[in-house]
Design a protein around this ligand. Structure first.
Ligand code: ADP
Ligand code: GLC
Length: 488
């Protein structure tokens, strides 16, 4: 099969810049595409000078829009272009929010530049010596790329992946002019969104293909409940909209080789997990439980209402009366951080709270906890539950989006279950599922079965890359026939 040139453009790429799962995806998908024989390049912003200084192989070029620094660092899966602009550099490693937790005021302008540079590369306007067949955009930050590509008459096909429809990149109508876009795009069939602009809508309307990161989420965003005001647009694009489930990097998330762990383990030999658990309990100053009756429940994730952090807080007084210990690792809204830290002091020994981003502790939690709690209101895919399962940490999740597509609860007779479902994102349902999990945990054989089932599951990137490959080819074929939909 013929190899394609693919440009991936995004706001994050692990390990260079990661706030959440988007970073993981852009950190992993390129390697899987390269392994399938494709020529891949990534374009991301440089959020601090050290990044480009540390990684630069050579300065490619300085354009009116910023400096593009290329890195071919051996730890990267493919060459990466880092866009340096004064606005991005000023962020000192904080991609979206300033120190006070407020969005950077120049977000639309900076990400507008990122999108414009991606389109310039696609159109061959920059002397990069490389032009893609396909441009794969991710989330609202890159939503203007397909728009600029259309305006410039760029030949490559474009794909827009929605990792989170909850953020639709909504900005005042005047931003259109500041972005240098023509006034006619302020139109309900283009960028206009209830009197403002939506950069995500732009990407959805102007790209050749639209994907979400799980099949269930592709269906959900077409409903008023999950569409964030764009459900009508998603329905209008349903013919080119599909869901491709994310994978995880099984080399990085591997309990038998994870360098952070002192007691490796795997699905055949799970003893190491109990040792990791004991170590975690010691390290976090949690109360010991010699007869192994009180499970450790972990939360690893952004502290937002999307993830149901408010539900956890409301349920906490009752949870603390149960025979369990809870560990929260999360960053996000300062209000939730303060609230959690306060409660951590009150319930010392039963509740450990760590705010901020801590990759090493995340590994220890996935390995040492018994359960992962993820009561999300919506979840485009969710990687935390996939990682947890790999480490035999049984996920307790709401049946939405990617959680519904990856976690299976079971009737008492079924032996295929790998997690527990919380019937709805509310406090009563959450508490009822925790009670059910405690009962199950009390039956070591049944618990072990669910744990091992989870550990054996695989969500491989190669599978996702194969699906993207087919989608890119479709989009390209259609482009060549000149059938591409022109909306405005
Ligand atoms: P989302 O992208 O919505 O935040 P995902 O479950 O898809 O959620 O991905 C979250 C990723 O970020 C996972 O790799 C998870 O381990 C990681 N993560 C989230 N919060 C933290 C944190 N405070 N410290 C370390 N890793 C975190
Ligand atoms: C988003 C979603 C999450 C998904 C991730 C990677 O941040 O909230 O569900 O796993 O993107 O696609």
């Amino acid at each position: 099969m013929e190899s394609m040139k693919i440009l991936l453009v995004a706001a994050e790429m692990a390990p260079l810049a990661k706030v959440g799962g988007l970073g993981d995806v852009i950190g992993s998908l390129p390697a899987a595409l390269v392994a399938r024989g494709h020529d891949v390049q990534v374009l991301i912003p440089a959020y601090h000078q050290q990044l480009t200084q540390g990684l630069a192989t050579h300065v490619t070029l300085t354009t009116g829009r910023g400096r593009i620094v290329e890195s071919n660092h051996h730890d990267l899966p493919c060459p990466v272009w880092l866009l340096e602009t004064p606005g991005f550099l000023r962020r000192r490693g904080r991609p979206y929010l300033n120190k006070a937790g407020e969005p950077w005021s120049d977000n639309p302008i900076q990400f507008g530049l990122l999108s414009r540079v991606a389109a310039d590369i696609a159109s061959g306007n920059l002397a990069m010596g490389w032009q893609p067949d396909v441009v794969h955009c991710n989330d609202w930050h890159t939503g203007l790329t397909p728009v600029w590509m259309r305006l410039q008459g760029a030949a490559p096909a474009s794909v827009m992946t929605i990792h989170n429809a909850g953020f639709n990149g909504c900005y005042p109508a005047q931003t259109l002019e500041r972005l240098g876009l023509p006034a006619h795009l302020y139109h309900p069939d283009a960028l206009e969104f209830y009197g403002s602009l939506s950069l995500l809508k732009a990407g959805v309307i102007f790209s050749d293909r639209v994907t979400t990161v799980s099949p269930s989420y592709a269906a959900e965003i077409q409903t008023a409940e999950f569409g964030g005001g764009l459900d009508g647009v998603y329905r209008a694009r349903s013919g080119v909209l599909s869901g491709i489930l994310n994978g995880i990097d099984y080399a990085c998330w591997n309990p038998s080789t994870d360098p952070v762990l002192h007691h490796p383990f795997d699905a055949e030999q799970t003893d190491g997990k109990s040792h990791q658990r004991q170590q975690l309990i010691r390290e976090l100053g949690l109360a010991f439980d010699h007869n192994h009756k009180a499970p450790v429940i972990a939360w690893v994730g952004r502290l937002t209402e999307q993830k149901g952090i408010d539900l956890l807080l409301h349920a906490l007084p009752q949870l603390m009366q149960k025979n369990l210990r809870l560990v929260v690792l999360g960053a996000g809204d300062k209000h939730w951080e303060r609230e959690l830290l306060k409660l951590g002091k009150i319930h010392q020994g039963r509740l450990a709270v760590h705010t901020g981003f801590n990759e090493e502790l995340a590994h220890k939690l996935y390995a040492g906890a018994d359960m992962l709690l993820m009561p999300s209101r919506f979840e485009p895919c969710g990687l935390a539950q996939l990682i947890a399962m790999r480490y035999g940490t049984v996920p307790l999740v709401t049946p939405v989006g990617g959680l519904k597509d990856t976690v299976m609860d079971g009737d008492p007779k079924s032996d295929a279950a790998n997690g527990l479902l919380i019937s709805a994102p509310d406090v009563d349902a959450l508490l009822a599922t925790v009670d059910r999990a405690l009962e199950l945990y009390d039956q070591p054989q049944r618990w072990q079965q669910r744990m091992v089932n989870a550990m054996k599951l695989r969500f491989e990137w190669d599978q996702a890359a194969a699906a993207y490959e087919a989608l890119y080819r479709d989009a390209l074929k259609e482009r060549m026939k000149g059938h591409s939909l022109r909306v405005a």
